[in-house]
Every structure is written in C-alpha cells, then in structure tokens.
Design a protein around this ligand. Structure first.
Ligand SMILES: *Cc1c(COP(=O)(O)O)cnc(C)c1O
Length: 359
C-alpha cells in the first residue's frame, strides 16, 4: 500500500504504527477470540484500557491530581453547552475571547444560558492583544479556543484572568501537540478526531472542585459530575475510539512526548510559512507571525482562479485534502502530530514548483 499525505483538518491523519496495530488485532484482540469492539465495556480487558489511557494522558500532559480526566461523546459542539451548564453556578455572566469560528460558535451557544461578555472582534478572526483581555471577578469563567482550526490562528500566550475565575480552553485541534499549564487551566476539552484518535471520543480535563456546580435541570448526560463519579462509565463509552487513543498515547510516549511534538510541529509549519512568505504575494497568509497556527496552515492564492488547479495537482501527487474550510475557502494544510516531516517537505516543494509554473 502506498500511503498518501493526508492534510485533512479532522478526522485527520493517525500514526501508521497505530493503524497497523489496530488492523492486526481488530478481529481477534490479543488471542481473546473476539474483537475488542464486541466486548463489554465493563469487562476486564476494556476496563484496563480505559484506566491505562487516563494514566497515559496524565503522564503525557503532566496532569496534576487536582484535575480529573473524562472520556465523553458528542464532540466539541456538546462541550459548547456543557461548559456553561456546568460552570455557571449562580453567576450571570461568562467571558469569551472570540478569535475565530470555533470560539464564536461556543460564545453563541453560551448566550443561551447566560450573558456573554465578548472579548475581541467577532466580525473578523484575530487573537486580541494580551492586555485587552480584561475579566471581571464575578465572571463564571473565561473561555478561549487555543487553536482556531478553520482560521489558522493559535494562541502564543495564556490569557490572564483573576485567580477566582476558572480558565477554560477548547484545545480540540492542538491537543497533545504542546504542554498545557494546568495551574492556569481549570478545564480543557478536545474532540479526539483532530489530533488524538478516531471521531466519537471527547476528552475533558477539569479541576475537581468545579464538579457539582450544575443545576438540577442539567440533563444527566451533560453533567460532568455524573461522568466523573462513574469514571467515564456512566453509560457505554466509545470503546473503539478509546482503544485507538490508548495506542496513540503509547506512540506519543515512544516518540518523546508533547515537547517533541511541539518541536516537530514548529518545523513542519515553518516550512510551509516560509514558502508563503518568500512567494512575493503568490501565496497569501495575513496572520501575524506570532499567532500563526503550528497545526493548521491556512492560506490562499492571490490568483484565486488557480485554487482548484492547485488542489487537483496536489491531489494527483498524493498531497490530499488541502481545500480550505467551506466557510473561508482557499487552502488549508493541517499538520497534526502524525504528519511525517516528509509530508511538509513534499508540500513545500510542490508549492514552489506550482509557483514556478504558474507565477
Ligand atoms: C472541530 C472543532 C470543533 C468541533 O468539533 P466536533 O467534534 O465536530 O463537534 C470545536 N472546536 C475546535 C477548535 C475544532 O477544531
């Protein structure tokens, strides 16, 4: 089999050794005579996998005992509602930094439950200056999206808020690609399908003292405390996705952990940004360098008529899924943890070659 370079934003590329391990053990899970996906989630085999996966995440991200790890379903979108439902308590207001499409959507969902204090300029995607993030002491929490997957923006600082205000981050698309400071972050969540595993699993890491704030009308399945008390086994968890995520954790540890992933991500994305910056306007990316995403390089061609041709030619060379999100158009190269450096090298070469032929 010849594997292509898959630049999709999500579901995204997974490490080949993980896929091979899954393939080798899918039908007969390590001589059990049945597949893991046929087994009870309460049986010995899966119970061990889910416990171990939490431990591996704790090791990879150095998650302190103050925080719990939950494996849920419903994707990032369900977290847009679960965060306010669980963290508002008696507060009337939450603060949202709106820096792009995902944080804007989260703020709109929260507005169903409380007054939302918007920080930033919702009409355009941008990361506000650190000093413009001002949060009142009585805000229920401050929310931000660490990496805006669609807009190609990534925070290079942790937003400041009063110590009494919990800081919440959507880390869906840069999860496990850099360390997370859990002294600062009260809650982070990630849909697995961007950088962690298959679709169907959502990870929430939250401070234990935030459990129990949900009101009586909060639906059972949307209550963090219910899931925490049941060790993420209140109902049937997504067993297949958790198994694959377990293997991804082991692969990450073997590769050297999140600091190594960070270095590799910087190297990969720099290769592409460099071609863009040296193209004399042929390729366009207007994001300030300090806020450029290491994960999702969003760019376009000054000559927009060439975009479809670029995608078609790249595709023919095994550089797949470079089309930008339907809401912004243009091009996007998602460079998640599992993307080999060679994929970025090949894309950079293709871009230069394309420019020479069409520039
Ligand atoms: C993809 C994405 C979401 C939405 O995730 P779903 O799992 O599809 O609901 C939310 N936030 C970010 C940053 C994303 O990249």
């Amino acid at each position: 089999m010849s594997r292509v370079f898959n630049f999709a934003a999500g579901p995204g590329i997974l490490p080949l050794p993980v896929l091979e391990e899954v393939a080798a053990n899918l039908v007969d899970y390590h001589d059990q005579g049945m597949s893991l996906i046929e087994m009870s989630h309460r049986g010995a085999v899966f119970s061990q996998i889910i416990r171990e996966t939490k431990d591996l995440l704790r090791e990879l991200l150095r998650i302190p005992d103050t925080h719990d790890v939950l494996f849920l379903q419903g994707g990032g979108h369900t977290q847009f509602a679960m965060v306010p439902l669980n963290l508002l308590g008696a507060a009337a207001e939450a603060s949202y930094i709106v820096s792009g499409i995902w944080s804007k959507k989260a703020a709109a969902e929260a507005a169903k439950f409380c007054h939302v204090n918007v920080i930033g300029t919702p009409s355009k995607s941008a990361i506000p200056a650190a000093e413009s993030v001002v949060v009142a002491n009585d805000a229920a929490y401050l929310y931000y999206c660490m990496n805006e997957t669609v807009n190609g923006l990534e925070f290079n600082f942790v937003p400041q808020c009063p110590e009494c205000v919990p800081l919440v981050a959507d880390v869906s698309s840069d999860f496990l690609s850099r360390p997370i400071d859990f002294k600062r972050h009260a809650l982070v969540f990630a849909g697995a399908q961007k950088n962690f595993g298959p679709a169907g699993l959502t990870v929430v890491i939250l401070r234990k003292d935030l459990l129990g704030l949900a009101g009586d009308t909060c639906p059972t399945m949307l209550n963090y405390q219910i899931h925490a008390e049941a060790a993420s086994m209140y109902n049937t968890p997504p067993t297949f996705a958790i198994w694959v995520a377990n293997l991804v954790c082991k692969w990450l540890i073997q590769e050297g952990g999140v600091e190594v992933m960070d270095e590799r991500a910087r190297a990969r994305s720099s290769l592409i940004y460099k071609v863009i910056d040296q193209s004399e306007g042929f390729f366009v990316n207007t994001i300030p360098e300090r806020h450029r995403s290491r994960m999702n390089v969003v760019f376009t061609l000054a000559e927009s008529a060439l975009i479809d041709l670029f995608i078609k030619e790249a595709d023919a060379q095994g550089l797949k899924n470079l089309k930008g999100h339907r809401s912004v158009g243009g091009l996007r190269a998602s460079l998640y943890n599992a993307m080999p450096q060679e994929g970025a090298v090949k894309l950079a070469q293709f871009m230069q070659d394309f420019m020479q032929r069409h520039g």
